[in-house]
Design a binder for this molecule. Sequence first.
Ligand code: ATP
Ligand code: ATP
Ligand code: MG
Ligand code: MG
Ligand code: MG
Ligand code: MG
Length: 295
Amino acid sequence: MANSKYEYVKDFEVNDNILPHTWIVIRIDGRAFTKFSQAHQFQKPNDLQALLLMNASAVAVVEDLADVVFAYGVSDEYSFVLRKTSTLYQRRARCVSIRVFQFHVSVLLCSLLTSVKHLTGFGLSSCNLLISKLISVICSLFASSYVMNWGKYFPETKLQYAPAFDGRAVCYPSESILRDYLSWRQVDCHINNQYNTCFWNLVGSGKSTAESQNMLKGTTADVKNNLLFDTFKINYNDLPQIFRKGSIVYRKKVEKVVKVEDGQEIKRLRSCAVVEHEDIIRDNFWTQYPYILGG
Ligand code: ATP
Ligand code: ATP
Ligand code: MG
Ligand code: MG
Ligand code: MG
Ligand code: MG
């Protein structure tokens, strides 16, 4: 690698403000999916195929990146939770010690540092750079998987243009705050779904969008539930779990056929990414699978 006088510009990438020992969540969100969903005739309020395509893209990310231990998705967004003992931290520790060293011995040892960098495989760049790499890798992997799988979920609909996703990283300092973050997303899923189900049923019954919005303005959950039941004969709790709870992705040991011998299927337990629609607000799920956040 060239060692030029211009190399110093890399120092501008160093901005070490990611807290150690925190949970990192990377949340991606479809860019202008209100328009995208219209352009591709998504069913309102919930297009099942669109959700399944989001889930397939999330599975691709979880299967590719071992550091992602859990993911939660709703609408056009997905949150990816990174393992707390992620190699990011080991890298960070190395980075910091190398930079302190660099600070004391100054540029004279620049070539030595370059060889350290080569030997260890870790750059001088900070955790922040690794985070921005991670965000961009997750976003692009998600988007390319979305496009690759489009035809499988929308065989009749031509993809009109390239979809994009934005991404951000947020750090949460404890497991309980991380759980609160996930609960916040799942509660949001419920609130939006309840509102949207009312709204689109009102619109479907012939009301204008403005009228429907006005009718729902400031109404409580109970009022919305009653409206759905009394006017549209919909029992909210009977709606598919994927609409009400969103989707979770995590690794689980499941029986898989590994080969067929003399017409007999040979099965083995294999760890793979599964998609479910469980409640993640209560403790149940987390006590059943302690390895997800604890391992
Ligand atoms: P931004 O770029 O700011 O995210 P946006 O238009 O994507 O803008 P969001 O708040 O992310 O705004 O909302 C997502 C939009 O995509 C909503 O309008 C929602 O109805 C639509 N959408 C996403 N997934 C589905 C789906 N499975 N079925 C129907 N509509 C969907
Ligand atoms: P990283 O994930 O760290 O970026 P990398 O393998 O992508 O790892 P780069 O330093 O980005 O490493 O190097 C890009 C690699 O892709 C090189 O091995 C380069 O030879 C190969 N490559 C990229 N574009 C072309 C191309 N047009 N023709 C042939 N090889 C290419
Ligand atoms: Mg957004
Ligand atoms: Mg969006
Ligand atoms: Mg969104
Ligand atoms: Mg590369």
